[in-house]
Design a protein around this ligand. Structure first.
Ligand SMILES: NC(=O)c1ccc[n+]([C@@H]2O[C@H](COP(=O)([O-])OP(=O)(O)OC[C@H]3O[C@@H](n4cnc5c(N)ncnc54)[C@H](OP(=O)(O)O)[C@@H]3O)[C@@H](O)[C@H]2O)c1
Length: 172
């Protein structure tokens, strides 16, 4: 069996902000396409607030939602192509995704939000970080990759609609 890869995929402002009042503080179509293309067919892990912010399960992906609520029922519980699975801990989310990883290209994406990113840094081997080169006000953040733990291996700059870069960080 090939090794299962685990990654964060995130867009963060220069000051680390990733969200404001349950939404993204920016609209960058190229970054949305990057997210869709990169995660299609993969297993996704997300916090309950991010799941609700997206409003529907992300199509053609496994959607694993973490919540402390005992009887949490998603408004939309997906379908065979787009399954939704609710778990109580990050550990349980990882175990579930690992058990069916071969159906999802052996790749697990942790897609946020802030609470889940902060707790899962030790689990990831790659960070796909869209870095927006200006500050935003917000209430959810992503931690700067620690250069002692992660190395910047790819960077591609963009100027529209704002200045940003697609960065790939690999665990050293
Ligand atoms: N820029 C980006 O790339 C990006 C990506 C994703 C999200 N976002 C933004 O981030 C914001 C949401 O982030 P957030 O930090 O507020 O929320 P979140 O991480 O999406 O979800 C937090 C929820 O997850 C559950 N949870 C967290 N830790 C848990 C644990 N250890 N065990 C069990 N359940 C746990 C809890 O759900 P219950 O309350 O149900 O118990 C908690 O309220 C939004 O603004 C969203 O738009 C941005």
């Amino acid at each position: 069996m090939s090794k299962v890869r685990v990654a964060h995929i995130v867009a963060a402002a220069a000051n680390g902000v990733i969200g404001r009042a349950g939404d993204l503080p920016w609209h960058i179509p190229e970054d949305m396409k990057w997210f869709r293309d990169r995660t299609r067919g993969r297993a996704l892990i997300m916090g309950r607030k991010t799941f609700e912010a997206v409003e529907h399960p992300l199509p053609k992906r496994l959607n694993v939602v973490i919540t402390r609520q005992k009887n949490y029922k998603p408004k939309d519980s997906g379908n065979a192509d787009t399954p939704v699975h609710v778990v109580a801990t990050l550990d349980e989310a990882m175990k579930y995704c690992l058990a069916c990883a071969d159906k999802y290209e052996n790749e697990i994406f942790i897609i946020g939000g802030g609470e889940i990113y902060h707790q899962s840094v030790p689990l990831v081997d790659t960070i796909y970080l869209t870095r927006i080169h200006q500050n935003y006000e917000g209430d959810a953040t992503y931690p700067d990759p620690d250069p002692k733990l992660f190395e910047l291996v790819e960077k591609s700059d963009r100027t529209s609609p704002v200045s940003f870069s697609f960065e790939t960080w690999a665990r050293r």
